[in-house]
Design a protein around this ligand. Sequence first.
Ligand SMILES: Cc1ncc(COP(=O)(O)O)c(C=O)c1O
Length: 391
Amino acid sequence: MYIIGKEEVDAVQRVIESRQLFRYRGGEGGESDTFEKEWREKIGTEYAIAVTSGTAALIMGLVGLGIGPGDEVIVPAYTYMATPLAPLAVGAVPIIAEVDASLTIDPRDVERKITPRTRAIIPVHMVGLPSNMDAIMDIAARHNLKVLEDACQADGGAYGSKRLGAIGHAGAFSFNHFKIMTCGEGGALVTDDREVYERALIFHDGGSSFRNHAAELQSPIFAGWNFRINEILSAILRVQLTRLDGMLDAMLTEKRTIIEALNGTGPFTFNPIHDVEGDCGTTVALLFDSEPTMRRFLDGVHAVGVSADTPIDSGRHVYSNWEPIMSQQGAHHPAFDAYQLAPEPVAYSKDMCPRTLDVLSRTAYLHTDPTRTREDLDAMISKVKQVAAGL
Ligand SMILES: Cc1ncc(COP(=O)(O)O)c(C=O)c1O
């Protein structure tokens, strides 16, 4: 859910009229540099690199952290497939861990999945819900692992006193069409670590050695790709950023109103949240005691015109549907395939994370809408209450 309008149109017009669409044009200090400054100030990190997607940001994060062939990276069983694809892109193997009732990675299962080859954990703040970052950072410190936060669905969320993305060793954001902030397709990587930043910066732009910043790099330049953002996207993101706090506030207020109104009205509880203040508030998750009851709830609310869904039906977000991963087709060429490069074979099966499948199939989502009027919200709540009472 995002809000977009005339201000973004004006920003795009400004860039087009300037005829400066490329970010590295010799006269830096344009939209992309400014957005990166604004984003790192918002998230509270030393460095930010704006890029073309959240996937790019995740891959750059792993490159920055030095992850590569032979390494294992632990990811949750419930996330968009880009999370497990990112380790494969750098030659590492994703190891899939359960999520718990919070819909985020279960730290106890992370600990169980650690092997001598584990190098990193990617906790994902799914649907804006903060992962249990205290437990994850504690595991990482004890096992000498890196943490790359996937905050792609959690632009602007927080955990404790820090913004999501600023707690681990690096954090990745997405600004694609489905996200809280959007420019159609876009992303950002943040970190406090100069070396991670430099390596990610080099990787994101195969032409790094020709840029003004090349002289300041302490890390040796290696072959990179092209994940560069452009000035049009950055100009849109700068406007989107001005909307972020208001949206988060509106969504969280709606979520609290919905939870308060529905509490005790039907056979469900609310999925636990690791930081109720830092939650982005995009989604209200209702946890039922069985899948049939959850499905009756969904059928009931759909019949009265309320939009709701269940994460178990979300296809690309459930590990058992991750086709190239489940079949271990890790790359376009066998010599690049992380599964072929792995020192130990990895075993996946469709039922390897039963607790994840159980929680996802008992959970229903109601969605908040920062543009909805109080009247429409009350009408929605009263319809849901009626359905819940009849279950
Ligand atoms: C949790 C998660 N991680 C990573 C991504 C990848 O982001 P993008 O689509 O911008 O590459 C997404 C986007 O859908 C996501 O939801």
